[in-house]
Design a protein around this ligand. Structure first.
Ligand code: R5P
Length: 304
């Protein structure tokens, strides 16, 4: 089955940060056309991109995480190429929306990077799809229609294959996500308490009414693993409380510096979604993104 919007087809374009996820999305859309743009650097270091094939009059889905500055730059160029190439519509998929952590102004003179990026990235798009925004404040920063996909179903597909007794939230911010996971897997959940010391260090404690964890298989779920400080401290505490083993799971696996190795030292498995390329076992958010795209698409019978 091939998905069409209007007379023409859908073209999925994978930016360099999201090639495999873009391909998975095209598969979920019945193997609709998929392309990877050509990229090169000019002698002075400036970036050049070119999207092969025709997309005039087509509905384009452009997939690119914006973790690194050069990926943001590439996205701006790709959006321009899509629009100038006469695409009928552009749906921008930001699997990992970088720069979203500064979501408020804490001190005078600060830039609110989440808003600054959202406003610039969405300019050429008709719609934006992203995955697990860092904070609820970020839900209102896009002015174009925006849909947020949850990473929970993708991680749940991986956790279902393992023994899991308890879902653990490392802090208050992840409670909603963990409750959703606990409901999907029909398991109890528990929230730890986190005090951030600095950008790399946290203190984690158990609430007074925490359940007995002796012999339990525990899965900690966070939105992002960055330095690994939160997950490592949480896993160590859970093991001290008698947990048999700990799985570390997140939507966005950044795994900065030696985070992956440090987590491996305390967790039996490291799971993430495919919003970012990394060495974890990755569950795909492609079916969940494609489900939103399909709401807008008309089923057709054209040859792929
Ligand atoms: C905090 O608000 C987030 O949900 C994560 O817990 C945090 O970003 C993880 O960072 P790290 O891996 O550096 O502890």
């Amino acid at each position: 089955m091939r998905y069409l919007l209007g007379d023409k087809g859908v073209l999925v374009i994978g930016g360099s940060a999201s090639t495999s996820l873009a391909e998975s999305i095209s598969r979920e859309l019945g193997n609709c056309p998929f392309t990877l743009p050509f990229r090169k650097r000019f002698p002075d270091g400036e970036l050049y991109v070119r999207i092969g094939g025709r997309f005039e009059g087509e509905d384009v889905v452009l997939v690119q995480s914006t973790r690194r500055d050069e990926e943001i730059l590439e996205l701006f160029l790709l959006e321009d190429a899509v629009r100038e190439g006469g695409a009928k519509s552009l749906c921008l998929v930001l699997p990992y929306f970088g720069y979203s952590r500064q979501d408020r102004r804490f001190f005078p003179g600060e830039a609110v990077s989440a808003r600054a990026m959202a406003r610039r990235l969405e300019v050429d798009a008709d719609m934006v799809i992203t995955v697990d925004l860092h904070s609820p404040f970020n839900r209102d920063i896009f002015t174009k229609p925006m849909r947020e996909v949850s990473g929970v179903p993708a991680i749940a597909r991986l956790l279902r294959r393992r023994p899991v007794d308890v879902i653990v939230s490392p802090d208050k911010g992840a409670v909603e996500r963990c409750q959703r996971m606990a409901n999907l897997l029909h398991k109890p959940w528990l929230s730890l308490q986190k005090k951030r010391i600095d950008s790399e260090h946290v203190e984690i404690s158990l609430p007074d009414d925490a359940m007995d964890l002796t012999g339990k298989h525990v899965a900690i779920l966070d939105d992002v693993i960055s330095t690994g400080g939160t997950i490592v401290e949480s896993a160590q505490l859970l093991k001290k409380m008698g947990a048999e083993n700990v799985i570390a799971a997140c939507t966005h696996g950044l795994f900065l510096k030696d985070a992956f190795e440090r987590i491996k030292g305390v967790a039996s498995d490291i799971l993430s979604t495919d919003t970012l390329e990394n060495a974890a076992e990755r569950g795909s958010v492609a079916p969940d993104i494609a489900a939103i795209l399909k709401e807008r698409l008309v089923v057709g019978h054209g040859s792929p």
